[in-house]
Write a protein that binds this ligand. Structure first.
Ligand code: 13P
Ligand code: SF4
Length: 319
């Protein structure tokens, strides 16, 4: 529409004026994803977002995603300006892991290596030995397990259970979950697979064990896109936020993607799995944030200095 084109033009102008780069997650509005790519920014999973934002020369980063993504960029580049379309865009995993309670949990188990998921507050990261994202959590825990380390894991219980089963590591799990992925249902997925026996099943590891158990590929958003491109199949059942289907469709043209069933929705529902916080990123909120410059991430210097240690460990491991 005309209004959309006008908003996009405003955003392009503002990005140039601020010499800013747009870093977007796969779950945000499809137009924002396309704009990020067209303007030399990136659209990716949370590990690649962090690395791209750190390494890019631009001194102003516009992070379209949820709060922890903007905070991670700020922690890695304290001297850059980090602006988000909406600072209220949080994550149920972050909300479910209060820093004071988490610190008490860690203090009660001092013999354990503390590994936290990226989807946490800066204060939680400041208490951790390692931060991981879904794309690299398995490898890092396998590495720690091989060194004989016992793990304290937070906050996602499903991702923790998956990693524990894969690696055999001794992991004490915080009991958090993602409100989007927690809704995928194992039994309904079995029925859907019977209707589409030729389909391959792609699952984000924040999903419950009964769903993960049926996956052909379990992985981060980027890893699921790669699987859609490379697996020898034309039909896929996808258990993650439906925002991912935009890039999947572009990356694997001619293939078919079916939303995995969630509670209370029919198997054919196209928009049942949608993160309400990712959805706060719209062309309008992005344009407004760029124009006002108001939604800037600030970071307590001491927390930032402590939190960067666990993020750098992950990035060094990934390098
Ligand atoms: P990815 O690192 O796989 O992009 O996951 C981020 C996220 O919030 C998934 O819900
Ligand atoms: Fe958090 Fe789930 Fe939203 Fe990802 S989809 S940002 S884990 S609430």
């Amino acid at each position: 529409t005309d209004q959309k084109q006008a908003l996009k033009a405003r955003i392009r102008r503002q990005l140039e004026q601020h010499q800013a780069v747009l870093v977007a997650h796969y779950y945000v509005d499809a137009d924002i994803q396309d704009l990020a790519e067209e303007t030399g920014g990136c659209v990716s999973d949370s590990l690649e977002m962090a690395r791209f934002a750190r390494d890019h020369a631009a001194q102003t980063l516009i992070v379209a995603g949820v709060r922890f993504m903007g905070e991670t960029s700020k922690i890695l580049s304290p001297h850059k300006r980090v602006i988000m379309p909406d600072l209220e865009a949080t994550c149920s995993l972050d909300l479910g892991c209060d820093a004071a309670e988490f610190t008490a949990f860690c203090d009660a188990h001092p013999e354990r290596t503390v590994v936290v998921y990226a989807n946490t507050s800066a204060a939680v990261k400041a208490r951790a030995d390692w931060m991981v994202t879904s794309s690299i959590g398995l490898d890092i825990v396998a590495h720690l397990h091989a060194q004989g380390k016992k793990i304290l894991w937070a906050p996602d219980k499903h991702l923790g259970t998956y990693i524990q089963e894969k690696t055999g590591a001794d992991m004490l799990l915080w009991q958090g979950s993602c409100l989007v992925h927690d809704e995928f249902k194992g039994l309904e997925l079995e029925l859907l697979r019977q209707e589409h026996p030729e389909a391959k099943v792609l699952v984000h590891p924040e999903s419950p064990a009964a769903v993960v158990a049926q996956a052909d590929v379990v992985g981060s958003t980027s890893q699921l896109i790669r699987a859609a491109q490379t697996l020898d199949a034309t039909t896929f059942i996808v258990a993650t936020d439906m925002g991912l289907l935009h890039k999947m469709g572009q990356a694997a043209p001619g293939k078919y993607f079916i939303a995995a069933p969630t509670a209370g929705n029919s198997a054919t529902c196209k928009s049942c799995a949608q993160c309400p916080w990712m959805a706060m990123n719209s062309l309008q909120s992005l344009a407004d944030a760029l124009e006002s410059g108001a939604n800037e991430i600030t970071m307590d210097a001491d927390i930032g200095r402590r939190a960067v240690v666990c993020i750098d460990r992950m990035l060094d491991f990934a390098a």
